[in-house]
Design a protein around this ligand. Sequence first.
Ligand SMILES: [Zn+2]
Length: 311
Amino acid sequence: MRKLVLISVFSLCIYGLSLAPKQDVRAVSMTIGDKISASEYDLYRLLEHSRVQAYLRTWTSQLLTAKSSKTVSITAGDAGLSPQIQTAVNSMIVGRCIPQIQRTLHFNFLGPVEVRLFTRPQDYQQAIESLGANSSNSALMAEKTGGIAYGSRILVPLYNDRSPGSLISVLTHELTHVVFYQNSVVPAIPTWINEGTAWYEGITAGKAAAYDQFSTMLEGADMSILQAFSHHQGVYLTAGETALLKAPYDVEIEDYLAVSSLVKRGGMARYVSFLHRVPENGVQGAFRQEYGYSVNQFVAQFDRKLAHGML
Ligand SMILES: [Zn+2]
């Protein structure tokens, strides 16, 4: 299996980029305004107008009612981050992302988590380098990723246009990687389960905050994957993370579809039970215990479906 250096702790998330289409501010506000809290709504406005200094000066934090978290610390990756955004991100994590993960996956965070936010690409790239990536990798990673989880640390760039829905989704996605790491599910699981589950959690959280945005997001994704396979440019489930950055489509969508198919087939409870068995029994043993056949059989079956255009 092809793997990137440091893969056991690095989770590349191409994610945020494709989840954050540029949209008209008013249109999105109207769609999601009634489904998100005031602080999230204002964060959205703040992010959209972040280049306008006058707006920042007049903006108040009256509506921010973040609870504090003992588990998660939000830190500024550069001088461009305002305390209001820091507070709003904290509110999202405490109010939505962590509860979602605990409710659906039944894992708890076992140690502190640091979420570092960046408002400038160069600072984001530098932080990626400081985690051990070389400069050519880090440039590509900075450009392509919507967030990175490294052990219990998460780096998130904010300078791409982002609605609260997509930010909640990205944060939930990265926190899923961290909770897996803290509970020794990672590095035991293969990349497709790690990324696929993080996507599954991210999309569920995103839908809860901004249903319309997320229900349409995956439309056409199946088609682009099948088209790539018909042109012999498809990347199979077993390919690993190195292939992610070079594929003609977002390979993590494939991971998400594979996890979704497992959840559909056996239900969420069985899938969660499988994940909880992994630290003790390994992925092969845990999978066989829950599903009655091997994980390799499932992967071969899924890859055959991809090859035959049967997603
Ligand atoms: Zn990821």
